[in-house]
Design a protein around this ligand. Structure first.
Ligand code: AMP
Length: 147
């Protein structure tokens, strides 16, 4: 088996995220691979979406979410010694963005948690499941146990 050269860690900053991050760091070390990190801020509903509600927010809240996510990402990057050029902060569908960034950057292994905010009700979380089914490269789903 050839060594992995570029590992992409997908983080949601929920509980257990640290265990997933540590596994990705360990693998990058073992394979002497480049380690990148991605976090995707989920799309927000637009104003006047036809629900009969005129929501009092749109881009401002998005900007706040992006800023908060950026801070979290920078902190994790520091802990894992990942430089800024290997950080991806995207907006949209987590599954789609993880797959796109992986494909565009010659990632050969994506590391996700088996579950995230969607909990342990599913055998595999929805993002993990989507990435596993649609990514062109290998995907490692780090098994997260219920405490
Ligand atoms: P889920 O499918 O939401 O249960 O999450 C499973 C795993 O997918 C998480 O442990 C993360 O590795 C990844 N993931 C979920 N949401 C995101 C997100 N917004 N950005 C990056 N990775 C995510």
């Amino acid at each position: 088996m050839e060594n992995y050269k570029h590992i992409l860690l997908a983080v949601d900053f929920y509980e257990h995220c640290e265990a997933v991050a540590n596994r990705a760091k360990d693998l990058a070390h073992r394979f002497q691979a480049k380690l990148s990190i991605i976090h995707v801020v989920d799309c927000l509903p637009m104003t006047e979406a036809g629900y009969g509600m005129d929501m009092p927010f749109n881009m401002d809240l998005t900007a706040e979410l992006m800023a908060a996510a950026k801070k979290k990402l920078a902190k994790l990057a520091e802990e894992l010694a990942v430089t800024e050029d290997k950080l991806w902060l995207e907006m949209g569908s987590p599954k789609t963005e993880i797959i796109r960034v992986a494909a565009e950057n010659k990632v050969d292994l994506i590391v996700v948690g088996s579950h995230g905010r969607h909990g342990l009700a599913l055998l595999l979380g929805s993002t993990a499941n989507g990435v596993l089914h649609h990514a062109a490269c290998d995907v490692l789903a780090v098994r997260l146990q219920e405490e």
